[in-house]
Unconditional design. Structure first.
Length: 97
Protein backbone atom coordinates (compact mmCIF):
# COMPACT_ATOMS: atom_id res chain seq x y z
CA UNK A 1 0.00 0.00 0.00
CA UNK A 2 2.88 2.33 0.81
CA UNK A 3 4.23 1.98 -2.73
CA UNK A 4 0.79 2.48 -4.27
CA UNK A 5 0.17 5.69 -2.33
CA UNK A 6 3.10 7.33 -4.13
CA UNK A 7 1.37 6.95 -7.51
CA UNK A 8 -2.25 6.17 -6.60
CA UNK A 9 -5.06 8.65 -6.89
CA UNK A 10 -6.45 9.82 -3.56
CA UNK A 11 -9.69 11.81 -3.83
CA UNK A 12 -9.71 15.16 -2.05
CA UNK A 13 -13.27 14.75 -0.75
CA UNK A 14 -15.80 11.95 -0.89
CA UNK A 15 -19.38 13.10 -1.27
CA UNK A 16 -21.43 12.69 1.90
CA UNK A 17 -18.43 12.31 4.21
CA UNK A 18 -16.94 14.99 6.42
CA UNK A 19 -13.49 13.37 6.57
CA UNK A 20 -11.03 12.72 3.75
CA UNK A 21 -9.05 9.58 3.02
CA UNK A 22 -5.85 11.52 3.72
CA UNK A 23 -7.23 12.42 7.17
CA UNK A 24 -7.98 8.78 7.89
CA UNK A 25 -4.61 7.55 6.65
CA UNK A 26 -2.75 10.03 8.84
CA UNK A 27 -4.92 9.77 11.99
CA UNK A 28 -3.49 6.65 13.65
CA UNK A 29 -0.23 6.94 15.54
CA UNK A 30 2.26 4.14 16.13
CA UNK A 31 4.82 2.91 18.61
CA UNK A 32 7.53 0.27 18.47
CA UNK A 33 6.95 -3.00 20.31
CA UNK A 34 9.62 -5.02 22.17
CA UNK A 35 10.80 -6.57 18.90
CA UNK A 36 11.24 -3.07 17.40
CA UNK A 37 8.29 -3.67 15.06
CA UNK A 38 5.81 -0.93 14.22
CA UNK A 39 2.63 -1.25 16.28
CA UNK A 40 -0.29 0.78 14.93
CA UNK A 41 -2.60 2.50 17.36
CA UNK A 42 -5.72 0.47 18.06
CA UNK A 43 -9.27 1.64 17.40
CA UNK A 44 -10.00 1.95 21.13
CA UNK A 45 -7.00 4.20 21.67
CA UNK A 46 -8.03 6.33 18.70
CA UNK A 47 -11.56 6.60 20.09
CA UNK A 48 -10.15 7.79 23.44
CA UNK A 49 -8.26 10.53 21.58
CA UNK A 50 -11.50 11.55 19.85
CA UNK A 51 -10.44 10.32 16.40
CA UNK A 52 -13.20 8.87 14.23
CA UNK A 53 -12.96 5.32 12.93
CA UNK A 54 -10.74 4.87 9.88
CA UNK A 55 -13.21 2.83 7.83
CA UNK A 56 -12.14 4.21 4.43
CA UNK A 57 -8.46 3.66 5.14
CA UNK A 58 -9.21 0.14 6.43
CA UNK A 59 -11.15 -0.66 3.26
CA UNK A 60 -8.28 0.58 1.11
CA UNK A 61 -5.76 -1.46 3.09
CA UNK A 62 -7.76 -4.67 2.67
CA UNK A 63 -7.49 -4.37 -1.11
CA UNK A 64 -3.76 -5.02 -0.67
CA UNK A 65 -4.21 -7.98 1.69
CA UNK A 66 -3.59 -10.80 -0.77
CA UNK A 67 -0.69 -11.37 -3.10
CA UNK A 68 -1.69 -11.36 -6.75
CA UNK A 69 -0.21 -14.37 -8.55
CA UNK A 70 2.33 -13.40 -11.20
CA UNK A 71 3.26 -16.44 -13.30
CA UNK A 72 6.84 -16.73 -14.54
CA UNK A 73 7.49 -16.40 -18.26
CA UNK A 74 7.75 -20.19 -18.61
CA UNK A 75 4.43 -20.63 -16.81
CA UNK A 76 2.81 -17.98 -19.02
CA UNK A 77 3.83 -19.92 -22.12
CA UNK A 78 2.13 -23.03 -20.71
CA UNK A 79 -1.11 -21.25 -19.80
CA UNK A 80 -3.98 -21.38 -22.29
CA UNK A 81 -4.97 -18.06 -23.89
CA UNK A 82 -7.26 -15.96 -21.71
CA UNK A 83 -9.25 -14.64 -24.66
CA UNK A 84 -10.31 -15.58 -28.15
CA UNK A 85 -9.13 -12.81 -30.47
CA UNK A 86 -11.59 -13.68 -33.25
CA UNK A 87 -14.62 -13.70 -30.92
CA UNK A 88 -17.32 -11.23 -31.91
CA UNK A 89 -20.05 -10.79 -29.29
CA UNK A 90 -22.34 -9.31 -31.94
CA UNK A 91 -21.98 -12.19 -34.40
CA UNK A 92 -25.15 -14.12 -35.14
CA UNK A 93 -23.76 -17.29 -33.50
CA UNK A 94 -23.00 -15.44 -30.25
CA UNK A 95 -26.45 -13.85 -30.12
CA UNK A 96 -28.18 -17.23 -30.43
CA UNK A 97 -26.37 -18.82 -27.46
Amino acid sequence: MKEWLVTGSIPDRIQGLDITLVDELTSPTYTLNKQEQIQLEGKNEMRRRGVKSTNLADALATTFAYYVFQPSEAEREELPPQYTPDYNPYAQEALLT
